[in-house]
Design a protein around this ligand. Sequence first.
Ligand code: BG6
Length: 504
Amino acid sequence: MAQQPANSANIIIFGGNGDLAWRKLYPALYNLYIYGFLPKQFSIYGIDYLPNDNENYKTHILQGINNFSRSGKADKKKWEAFSKNIQYMQGDFTKTDIFKELEKTFSDNDKKFKTRAERICYFSVSPKFIETIADSLSKLKLLPEPKHDRIIIEKPFGTDLKSAQHLNAFLLKRFSEKQIFRIDHYLGKETVQNIMAFRFANNVFDPLWNNRHVDYVQITVAEEVSVGNRGGYYDGAGALRDMIQNHLLQLLCVVAMECPANYEPETVRNAKVDVLKAIRKYKQEDVFKNFVRAQYTAGEFNNIHQVGYKQEKDVSKNSTTETFVAGKFFIDNLRWKGVPFYLRTGKSLAKQASVIVIQFKDSPHKIFKDDKEPNRLIFSIQPEQEISLLFESKVPGVDLKLKAVEMDFTYRESYTEAVPEAYEDLLLDVLKGDATLFMRADQIENAWKVVMPILDAWKKNPLRDLKTYKPGTWGPKAANDLIKKDHFEWILLPEQLSVGKMDK
Ligand code: BG6
């Protein structure tokens, strides 16, 4: 694994006009450039279907950087220097012309750079183009060197186990596993990477990290945003496919994995795959006992009237697609047997918050009357970025009263360094050829194996127990009932953290 990117690279963005390129990829590349992480010589090609003029294209990219880059508006000189390396290429992914043009571009650049430059192809395209593009790249032998040539595949990676297996087989016939970088941007988030550092660089918690001491784990990824104009994609996906199969299961893996022998791609990914394999696969009846799904209805949210999910653009009026999921998983291995892992995610919820809670068990022998629950570790992934340990403390005074207090580590207070965007980290890793934070074929397939029984049960019973919720709430009451049955509560907002109040 290289520690530094090579000196020269071609970066190709298939879908160069798309939203992901505009909001995330170009701002990330620009930041890598200004902080000195891009190769000394590089060329970026945005490829897309519609004709576009190079200058127009760059103006559009600059707007994206100005709107979305964490470093704010682009500096004029730096933008000029960076944008010299950007070029728009118009092309139809289903025809060979654009690939022939690429072939020539690669060979011209090798001459210009006086070296064989790396070739990085980002598939920022609708899934229907993945195989077509991969096939052409392979037929024309445009990425022949596994050590230097890579492809990056965005999610969704398949729509179920079968299609994911098919896509893996298709790609692996044309490229080696080492060349394929399947991206899950949650793994690039600084706060997610830090969970591994927290767990494996500090021995203090390790003796407690198991079913003898952990009561339950909660993983919440709540979004305020609605489905908005993504109905066309979302209605065929739903929250289980869109969020649980990838992002939340990956968070679960990071929390539950064994310490790998070293921090190398294969050992880290093996440890995650072991977790996925150990997750209990449910039978149909268990699915309805352990999972809740719901759709948001119309309602007022932040003083704005929001349409219901079924009224969103490109969503079927009879849709049964879920915009909210809450569920309970078990990991059947020595470390975690019997510990419930509660996961929930949804759109149009009260607040954007991604939080992981590790609740330690109550003391078996309580000597204080109002010793309630803390004993709790919280990883706030976004928008707050912090790790807090909550514990009971005596309130100063003559009475013996206890109250939960927090010991906090926040990025803001502890570091002057800026927190990079997930896509910056991940793009740099691709340039270095480091696949540690990317999904291996078996990781993707094992994640699908976890969610397939749930998808199947819902598909067979499209209306059974399909709940609704108002925008701006924490989802349907059934989600609270699910966890209340086990005598626990969802924990989330800072004001709830110390008192453990129920959600509304
Ligand atoms: C994407 C999903 O993968 O992740 C979106 O397709 C979701 O529906 C997004 O909004 C959430 O990512 P983040 O980084 O904003 O939490």
